[in-house]
Design a protein around this ligand. Structure first.
Ligand code: AP5
Length: 215
């Protein structure tokens, strides 16, 4: 199964994509996680990406598309994958389409996790992220059982630099301008499914599972 997750920053794409990946035994490919790993390792790509991410802007398509295409060419993607945070612009979506068509393949579903902007700001300020393993928590809705530390790997949890309220507002406006048009793009292909992302996490997961398994 080849799935794209759509939704505003903080809508819960990452939370749900990890669960779907585990359920269907497919790799979870998050461009945000790939960029953050590069920033942590101080790579050239990481240095370039950080300058955009810290401002709430998108990393340019030319840095993003090849990175994803290389990842999709790896062996573990042969039976499918879930893309989280990619594509984020129409040119990225078109590049993905071209790469899939060249192999006679296509996406199965694009799942839009729908959450209004006012709920997003609250979610982001409460999110805590692990710099070690990438796990995410929420101080209210999904706290770590180890308090300020990751319950998976034990590293200290942080508030992401781009989760500060002023940057979240910028990310939301970038989302509406550059990423939301993908909803119509995938609706036009007949593969878009929208789920209500304001519900409790387990309910959102059940809804996603249903739309993935429906004909
Ligand atoms: P990225 O990491 O992809 O960030 P994002 O899309 O802004 O999404 P987030 O990770 O912030 O949120 P999410 O929807 O995954 O929500 P989560 O599950 O964590 O990208 C970061 C940056 O990298 C971008 O701004 C850009 O600069 C760059 N970038 C990445 N990809 C790019 C691309 N393709 N092109 C160009 N640039 C790119 O949930 C949020 C919080 O809410 C958590 O605390 C969670 O516990 C909680 N939560 C989740 N679900 C629920 C629920 N149902 N109820 C209550 N709380 C919930």
């Amino acid at each position: 199964m080849k799935i794209v997750m759509l939704g505003a920053p903080g809508a819960g794409k990452g939370t749900q994509a990890k669960r779907i990946a585990a359920q269907y035994k497919i790799p979870h490919i998050s461009t945000g996680d790939i960029f953050r790993a590069n920033i942590k390792n101080n790579t050239e790509l990481g240095k370039k990406a950080k300058a955009y991410m810290d401002q709430g802007l998108l990393v340019p398509d030319e840095l993003t598309v090849d990175l994803v295409m290389d990842r999709l060419a790896q062996e573990d993607c042969a039976d499918g994958y879930i893309l989280d945070g990619f594509p984020r612009t129409i040119p990225q979506a078109e590049a993905l389409d071209r790469a899939l068509s060249a192999k006679g393949e296509q996406l199965d579903r694009a799942v839009d996790v729908d959450v209004p902007d006012d709920s997003i700001v609250n979610r982001m300020s409460g999110r805590r992220a692990c710099q070690g393993c990438g796990a995410t928590y929420h101080i209210q809705f999904n706290p770590s059982q180890k308090g300020e530390f990751c319950q998976v790997c034990g590293e200290k949890l942080i508030l992401r630099e781009d989760d500060k309220p002023e940057t979240v507002q910028k990310r939301l406006s970038v989302y509406h301008e550059q990423t939301q048009p993908l909803i119509d793009f995938y609706a036009g292909k007949g593969i878009l499914r929208t789920v209500d992302g304001t519900k409790e996490m387990d309910q959102v997961f059940e809804e996603i599972r249903k739309v993935l398994e429906a004909e």
